[in-house]
Design a protein around this ligand. Structure first.
Ligand code: F6R
Length: 260
């Protein structure tokens, strides 16, 4: 796990975009794993800027969203398909048909989850997975207690997550109780994972998953087993890290040619 502490979410967005740009220029048909929520927004802003100003192109790229609410009507403003469309797809030149998300409206959710796993596999697997982390340590919507080997499936949100996400809805009652999410095993199959976190509200979760034990009680801790996990945090999110000085020293002496 590489931990990089940066001044703010702006620098996090730039560094994550560097890794995505390097990937897409090297492999135009790359498969990107797309997260929603507020954490990845600076990445999408920076990619959109590079698309507009530097000609960064995604015409052959593919995208797979991490998760989706169950029970929101098709086209709902806060459904993750819509968020991805708004924040990512519509701002780049990626083909809309190449961007997929789990289906939270399917009559047969179990079959839709299996089909989603198959679609990721058929596309060649995720090259770079963007992740945020919940205040309770979730990644995707794999809440504490999730199997570390889980695949795409339906989950029930904890009240802490519903409360955290109520800011996107008119009221807490409007936040769905159920979601479809890639499993921890699915996420672990990505070739490179880039987790971004900012703000003091994430400090405890960041410390727990980076420096605590690997445990289903803190789902993001499974990333300690990932061969290529990059964690980008701002100063506030890094505040509880006991080895912060080491992470800073390691990163400051990293040779530029290594990239992320
Ligand atoms: C979103 C997702 C979630 C969020 C997490 C943090 O697709 O999978 O794990 O990344 O809830 O959300 P924010 O970034 O809004 O704090």
């Amino acid at each position: 796990m590489e931990v990089i502490i940066l001044p703010s979410s702006k620098e996090i967005g730039v560094l994550a975009a560097d890794a995505i740009e390097e990937l897409v220029r090297r492999k135009p048909g790359a498969v990107l794993g797309l997260a929603t929520g507020s954490s990845p927004l600076p990445i999408y802003d920076e990619l959109a800027r590079r698309h507009d100003e530097d000609g960064l192109s995604f015409t052959q790229a593919h995208g797979f969203a991490l998760d989706e609410y169950v029970g929101l009507p098709l086209g709902h403003h806060e459904s993750y398909r819509e968020v991805i469309r708004r924040e990512f797809t519509n701002r780049m030149d990626i083909a809309a048909a190449n961007v997929h998300g789990p289906d939270g409206t399917a009559a047969d959710i179990l079959a839709a989850c299996d089909a989603y796993e198959e679609a990721i596999k058929a596309a060649g697997g995720v090259d770079l997975q963007i992740l945020g982390v919940g205040t309770n340590g979730h990644i995707g919507f794999n809440e504490p207690g999730s199997s570390l080997a889980s695949r795409t499936r339906i989950k029930t949100l904890q009240e802490q997550t519903r409360t955290d996400n109520a800011r996107f809805f008119d009221s807490l009652e409007d936040v769905p109780h159920h979601v479809v999410t890639q499993g921890l095993g699915t996420i672990m199959d990505a070739r490179h994972v880039v987790l971004v976190a900012s703000g003091a509200g994430k400090a405890q979760a960041v410390r727990d998953f980076i420096e605590g034990p690997v445990t289903a009680s803190c789902p993001a801790s499974v990333l300690q087993f990932h061969p290529h996990a990059t964690i980008l945090v701002d100063e506030a999110a890094a505040a509880e890290l006991t080895m912060a000085a080491q992470y800073r020293q390691t990163y400051s002496s990293k040779p530029a040619w290594q990239g992320l």
